[in-house]
Every structure is written in C-alpha cells, then in structure tokens.
Design a protein around this ligand. Structure first.
Ligand SMILES: Cc1cc2nc3c(=O)[nH]c(=O)nc-3n(C[C@H](O)[C@H](O)[C@H](O)COP(=O)(O)OP(=O)(O)OC[C@H]3O[C@@H](n4cnc5c(N)ncnc54)[C@H](O)[C@@H]3O)c2cc1C
Length: 380
C-alpha cells in the first residue's frame, strides 16, 4: 500500500481513554477505517485510575441512565468477546438511620419503572451477601444488581487488543497529536490524514483547541483514591458498598419524599466531609485489594497530589461502613476528569469535520459506549 494511503483514515481519534476507545469500538462496528493516537505508551488517564465501577444506580434518570443501561449491554458483550474480567457483584446502599431506610425504601418502589433492578436486604441478608459490611446499627440495605466491577487498566488493555484483532483498528501509542486542521493531523510521528477527527482527550482539554475549551465552561475535578494491599482469604467484601454520604447526592433519589430531610441531616452531621467534597465508596478488586475513594476538588487546575488529611477522613468514614481485616494502604493517587456546571457531556465542533467529545463527571466508564453511539450516529 502506498505510504500516503497508509496514513489516511476514515476516522482519527485522539486519546485512548475509555471515550476514545468507545468511539473506536462503534466506528469498528460501522466498518470505518480508524486510527487512535495516544501520547503515552498505554492509556494513563482517568480511564485507568478510577474505581472501575459500572454504576447505573448513580445516574440521573432519563438520557444519562439510558446511556448507562445501553452501555452495560455493550460491556456485557465485551466481557465475553474481549475476555474482560468483571464481577457482577452489584452495589449495596446501606441504611443505618430511619431517614435513610425511608428514602431507600421509597426509591425501591419506583426503581423498577426507572430501569433499575433492586431489592431490599435485611441485616441478616446483608451479612450473607457482604460479610464485610459492619452490622452494628444496620437497618438493611438496598441491593442494586446491575452494578459490575471491572479492573480498568486490564479492561482497557483487553479492549485495545480486541479492537486491533476484530476491526483492525490502528493504534499509535507514544504519539502526541500537536495540531488538527482536518483533513490534516500533525503528530510527533509525522502527518496523517482523516475524513473526520474526534478529540477524546479527557482533562487535557485545552491542548488542541484552547479557545473552544475556554468558552465551553469546562473545568477539572480532581479526586483522591486509595487501594489497600490484598485482604486475607477467605474474607470478602461481597459487593460494592456505599452509604448516604454518597447516595444522598444521586439525582434519582431526590424525588423520594424523605430525601430532603435525610440530606439536611447528613449535611449537618458531615459538614467537614462535605466541604472537601468527600463521598465514600469501596469495592474489592481481582487482586483482593479494596479500592477506596474519594474526594472532589473542582478548579481550572486542581491539586495533583493527594492530601493525607483527606485520605484519613475517607478512611475514618469507611471504618464505620465496613469491618475489613486491615486498611493498609498500598497505593494512593489523584486523578481528574472534566466537569461542567450543567452539561453531562460536551460535544463541540471547533472546526470542520472535527468534534471534541468529553464525558463530564464521574461516570465515563459507565456511559461512554452509548455516548459514542450517539456521537457517531449524529455525525453520520
Ligand atoms: C478517581 C476517579 C474515579 C472514577 N470512578 C469512576 C467509576 O467508578 N465509574 C465510572 O463510570 N467513571 C468513573 N470515573 C470517570 C471516568 O474515569 C472518566 O469519565 C473517563 O475515564 C474519562 O475518559 P476519557 O477517555 O475522556 O479521558 P482519559 O482517560 O483521561 O483519556 C484521555 C486520553 O487522551 C490522551 N491525550 C490527551 N491529549 C492528547 C494528544 N494531544 N495526543 C495524544 N493523546 C492525547 C491522554 O494521554 C489520555 O490517555 C472516575 C474518574 C476518576 C478521576
């Protein structure tokens, strides 16, 4: 094949995070000759630094929940086709106070119609499902069965191999895209051409089209995360676990009559955690470690190094939720995603045949496949 033809694609994607790979998957299914450019030697952004929670329960009803449910279908196909490790352990939303119990049971009544698959567990049933959950004061838990845990770094590596094998997608790792003037793409490894370009560069949103991003109202949110060393066998957490500090934020729960009073009480009791944007979730991954997070700091350039005082507050809250053999932290990290005050995604057209696609907020792993379907449907 002549060199010029080798360097021409139907679609070029900048960024091999989940948003870029999701678009590569949908493009592959549509028969497009696609290339993905990634500046690192493997995906290194938010897509490999997150919890790995595929988490429909936390999504706002309507467009975003529908995206999550559709994306779950596509993930399930990939679990088999691409051999991606997953644990469909579901999530447990704990109730230790009467207002939490009321809110969760009100949500349970509307959950099926909203598209969820939930049931109520008594404390004894929680102990059976998730022996790691602390029983003291437990009134029960909402068990949502759709949530599934993946190991993000492994999942993305498998996805890259799958895209290469199944669709012949070209990957250009260690190749930074410096300039896009469609059809010309200038990179650190020379020039390429494409009929269309999608920029899926996550938090690095100002690099290629600084003006467009500044005008988009997008900021960065930085989160602190931790992972413990392996918990001793046979101890098992048994499900992904969270409590009202986190689920009181979920849009879907705000329609429950008891939500407002519960939220007021939670905010009064946890004012210090709220000021640091702390929510507490945990899951046990395929190395038996507990993934623990997180805190939220939104700014144009939020801090990149974890603050140990914030980690200690997260761990202190977690100790009230679960009773793990140990909480010896093996790894701490910070990572960031783009956020917008109003928009769940930003899709911009900064130049002809060029789109920027950002999954805003903390649900890109859960929603990106369906977002990619929508973007490629709209762009033809
Ligand atoms: C701590 C944390 C926990 C989270 N937990 C969850 C969760 O449990 N469930 C969930 O659904 N979501 C979660 N999220 C959100 C999710 O991780 C993000 O929405 C998602 O990873 C964003 O993917 P992305 O592809 O847009 O960005 P990224 O993963 O950051 O990928 C962008 C890629 O583009 C590359 N790039 C940028 N510019 C260029 C250039 N010029 N040339 C070449 N390459 C370039 C970067 O190197 C990077 O690899 C979490 C996020 C964080 C930060």
């Amino acid at each position: 094949m002549p060199e010029q033809q080798k360097r021409h694609y139907d679609l070029v994607i900048v960024g091999a995070g989940i948003v870029g790979l999701a678009h590569a998957l949908i493009a592959g299914r549509r028969g497009l000759k696609t290339a993905v450019f990634e500046r690192d030697e493997e995906p290194r952004g938010a897509s490999v630094l997150n919890f790995g929670m595929l988490w429909p329960i936390g999504q706002p009803p309507g467009k975003v929940l529908n995206r999550a449910l559709r994306s779950m279908e596509l993930w399930r196909d990939l679990f088999d086709d691409a051999g991606i490790w997953n644990d469909p352990c579901g999530s447990l939303l704990l109730a230790r106070r009467e207002d939490e119990l009321r809110t969760l049971q009100e949500f349970l009544k509307i959950s099926t119609e909203a598209g969820h698959d939930c049931r109520w567990l008594s404390p004894a049933e929680v102990a059976e499902k998730a022996p790691g959950v602390r029983q003291e004061g437990l009134l029960g838990a909402l068990h949502s069965r759709r949530e599934t845990l993946i190991q993000p770094r492994q999942a993305l590596a498998r996805l890259v191999s799958f895209l290469r094998e199944r669709f012949d997608t070209s990957f250009h790792f260690k190749t930074e895209v410096n300039n896009v003037e469609s059809p010309l793409i200038e990179t650190t490894r020379g020039r390429f051409h494409a009929d269309r370009v999608l920029i899926c560069s996550g938090k690095d949103f100002e690099t290629l089209f600084p003006e467009a991003f500044r005008e988009s109202g997008t900021l960065r949110c930085s989160l602190q995360m931790m992972k413990t060393s392996a918990q001793p066998s046979p101890w098992k957490l048994g499900a992904m676990v969270t409590d009202s500090l986190t689920y009181r934020r979920y849009q879907a729960f705000k329609d429950c009559p008891s939500h407002a009073a519960m939220e007021k009480r939670v905010l009064e009791e946890h004012d210090d955690l709220e000021r640091l944007g702390i929510t507490v979730l945990t899951a046990q991954d395929n190395e038996a470690g507990l993934i623990i997070g997180d805190s939220h700091h939104t700014a144009w350039a939020p801090p990149e190094t974890p603050d140990p005082a914030i980690d200690e507050k997260i761990l202190s809250h977690l100790r009230g939720m679960i009773d793990a053999p140990h909480l010896e932290i093996a790894r701490r990290w910070s990572a960031a995603y783009p956020v917008h005050a109003e928009l769940t995604e930003v899709v911009l057209e900064p130049a002809v045949d060029t789109r920027i696609v950002l999954a805003n907020g903390g649900n890109g792993m859960t929603t990106s496949f369906a977002l990619a379907e929508e973007v490629l449907e709209a762009t033809g």
